[in-house]
Design a protein around this ligand. Structure first.
Ligand code: THU
Length: 160
């Protein structure tokens, strides 16, 4: 028996102004998308924006449903739209922001497990890491250089 230790590295920025300019702009798109979320049930509004290697920006927000599991998270709304619209483009960066109507989110809110799995599919497919920036409504912004950092022991096509 041997013990295996898994480590992930995140970078934390104190303010939006500290981010590279193109990422500040990407986060602005995520905030605008968040403001368009349809979240009457959870009152938790999420926006995601993707920067593609063709310089397009694709954004999405969470879309809820009276039949709860039929709704979709912001990250998957954006990533599936990007895959559908620009199937050959690679995703360079992703910005995510979440705001709750029940409390102020002041710490970075990471993508849920299902979204991590979906983002992993595209990272594996494009063979280039996707950098992911995530934040709450305000406060610090966390950055991961790759989805792999957020989902160690990924399940992907290699197992099929
Ligand atoms: N949600 C997202 O959009 N992204 C996540 O990564 C976490 C959760 C949405 C789903 C649901 O509409 C609401 O937030 C509460 O879970």
């Amino acid at each position: 028996m041997k013990k295996i230790k898994i480590e992930s590295t995140l970078y934390v920025y104190d303010t939006l102004e500290e981010l590279p300019e193109n990422i500040q702009n990407l986060m602005k798109h995520a905030i605008e998308a968040r403001e368009k979320a349809y979240a009457p049930y959870s009152k938790f509004h999420v926006g995601a924006a993707l920067l593609l290697d063709n310089e397009e920006i694709i954004s999405g927000s969470n879309q809820e449903n009276a039949s709860y599991p039929s709704g979709l998270c912001a990250e998957r709304t954006a990533i599936f739209y990007a895959g559908a619209k620009y199937p050959k483009a690679k995703i360079v960066s992703m910005a995510i922001t979440a705001a709750s109507q029940n409390q102020k989110t002041t710490t970075p809110i990471p993508p849920c497990g299902a979204c991590r799995q979906s983002i992993a599919e595209y990272e594996v497919k494009q063979e280039v890491p996707i950098e992911i920036y995530f934040m709450g409504q305000s406060g610090k912004i966390a950055k991961s250089d790759s989805l792999a950092n957020l989902l160690p022991l990924v399940f992907d096509k290699a197992s099929l």
